[in-house]
Ligand binder design. Structure first.
Ligand code: B12
Length: 162
């Protein structure tokens, strides 16, 4: 039996790939944002890092300036992500953000996390909710090779809740 292996992309293969990164509007936690930017650059991505306290309108402006962006990646630590993304769906409806929106961090208030908090993020227009930064590059590579990047699949549960 033969096994075929698809080689994983290297940093050099990602030379022309760009992502937009930032921290949600009310949130000033900077450390993870810097570390994620460094890690993505080390993997070959061009990272437009908008830093902390970035409203949806600024992510939308960045997408307009960089229409080739593969994803908007938003971190949130202070538990206010749902309020911070209240205008995301509208920005996507208006075509101001046309690439997948990926969110990660500490995504609700308190230490015990409820699934409904993630479902609400999908309802707000988020396409992917990640548990850890290590999931970012595999997701971006999958979106890129699937061609699913412009029309991301959402979990059934989230679709059903809409
Ligand atoms: C340092 C810190 C601050 C500093 C930030 C300084 C700065 N410029 O960054 C200051 C003092 C300003 C601050 C303020 C506040 N903070 Co604070 N802060 C912290 C602290 C101690 C460390 C955060 C940190 O840098 N960690 C190191 C980085 C590397 O890890 P991380 O941030 O946890 O991120 C990890 C994951 O979440 C994930 N991740 C993060 N971002 C992303 C993005 C993506 C896309 C992905 C996939 C993954 C991902 O990857 C990282 C590595 O695993 C944490 C407690 C803690 N020990 O974690 C609280 C904490 C985050 N803060 C908290 C709170 C509540 C606040 C305040 C509201 C406090 C207040 N009442 O004023 C304010 C909010 C300010 C604001 N407007 O956002 C809470 C959040 C609670 C919640 N969500 O339920 C925490 C958890 C403390 C706690 N246990 O209560 N804070």
């Amino acid at each position: 039996m033969s096994t075929s292996t698809v080689p994983l992309p290297s940093a050099a293969d990602r030379a022309d790939r760009l992502v937009i990164l930032g921290v949600a509007a009310s949130d000033s936690h900077a450390v993870a944002n810097h570390l994620i930017a460094i890690a993505l650059r080390a993997e070959g991505f061009t990272v437009v890092n908008l830093g902390t306290c970035t409203p949806v309108a600024e992510f939308a402006d960045a997408v307009q300036r960089h229409p080739q962006a593969e994803a908007v990646i938003i971190g949130s630590l202070n538990g206010q992500i749902h309020a911070d993304l209240h205008d995301l769906a509208e920005a996507k409806r208006e075509g101001l953000i046309h690439c997948p929106v990926v969110v990660g961090g500490n995504l609700s208030v308190g230490s015990s996390k409820h699934e409904s908090s993630t479902t609400r993020l999908y309802e707000l227009g988020v396409d992917h909710v990640l548990a850890a930064p290590a999931q970012l590059v595999p997701l971006l590579d999958r979106l890129s090779t699937d061609g699913a990047d412009r029309a991301p699949a959402r979990p059934q549960a989230a679709a059903a809740a809409r």
